[in-house]
Design a protein around this ligand. Structure first.
Ligand SMILES: [Zn+2]
Length: 78
């Protein structure tokens, strides 16, 4: 007959799971990149609460965001 399936030899598999020099550093760099990217979008900024400088009404929003007081229309940067 002579019909042979494709032979699977583990030796041919790429060694993804083996330690590659610099992998951890690369992962760290990627993590930092994503962190910067996400904070750039304001996603990771924590929500903070402050009181309006004008009337003392509670304001909340993401840090560095400018919120407008609904009572006195004063804009406050968080
Ligand atoms: Zn206010």
């Amino acid at each position: 007959m002579g019909i042979r399936g494709r032979q699977y030899t583990p030796m041919d598999e790429p060694v993804f799971n083996k330690a590659i020099p610099g992998t951890e550093a690369l992962a760290g760099a990627l993590k930092d990149t994503f962190g910067a990217f996400r904070s750039g979008l304001g996603i990771t900024e924590p929500v903070v609460s402050v009181n309006c400088e004008g009337c003392g009404a509670p304001l909340s929003g993401h840090r560095k965001e400018v919120v407008r007081c609904e009572y006195c229309d004063r804009e406050t940067q968080l």
